[in-house]
Design a protein around this ligand. Structure first.
Ligand SMILES: Nc1ncnc2c1ncn2[C@@H]1O[C@H](COP(=O)(O)OP(=O)(O)OP(=O)(O)O)[C@@H](O)[C@H]1O
Ligand SMILES: [Mg+2]
Length: 149
């Protein structure tokens, strides 16, 4: 096992997933690739006026991930946490698009040996054991997929 991909949306569940990914990377001497996928609004980058509107209207946390600064912050925080946990080789990446599709594509392109995700994310829908991203990723990636609960 040489490359472990951990996908994060910055949620508490993704933080648990990162802790497991770090343990695995250290145990195997593998590189850890941290990935955050920034969602797009209607396929376009969020215009400034909309970002301002969102702030004024206290737009929900899940929607806030469409902002580039927030996406960078999520990736940097995870990168720092992985270093802190003692993982030697860490790379973090922010890309745009549909989370499931991008996570699966990058896992394939990079030849990841395992993908680690949380069981839930930032959505506030209660009562589900599994979010749609973790569910779909587990169906799509060709490698081992660890869903952390
Ligand atoms: N935008 C993203 N970028 C990277 N990883 C993500 C992203 N969204 C979700 N994930 C990963 O998938 C895990 C599960 O999140 P998911 O989005 O499936 O649950 P949810 O937000 O509770 O539900 P849903 O989004 O289906 O309403 C997260 O813990 C994280 O590991
Ligand atoms: Mg989600």
């Amino acid at each position: 096992m040489t490359l472990i991909l951990c996908a994060t949306d910055g949620s508490p569940s993704a933080k648990k997933a990162l802790a497991v990914a770090c343990d695995l990377a250290k145990c195997k001497g593998a590189k850890l690739l941290i990935l955050h996928v920034q969602r797009r609004h209607g396929g376009e980058a969020t215009p400034d006026e909309l970002q301002f509107y969102a702030k004024v209207e206290h737009m929900a946390l899940s929607e806030a991930t469409a902002f580039p600064a927030e996406a960078q912050r999520i990736a940097s925080a995870a990168h720092a946490a992985a270093h802190e946990a003692g993982v030697d080789q860490v790379e973090s990446l922010v890309v745009e698009g549909d989370p499931t599709r991008r996570i699966s594509e990058i896992a394939k392109d990079r030849g990841a040996d395992a993908v680690v995700v949380g069981s839930r994310g930032r959505s506030e829908v209660a009562g589900l054991l599994l979010g749609s991203v973790s569910h779909k990723v587990s169906q799509l990636v060709p490698c081992t997929c660890i869903i952390v609960r």
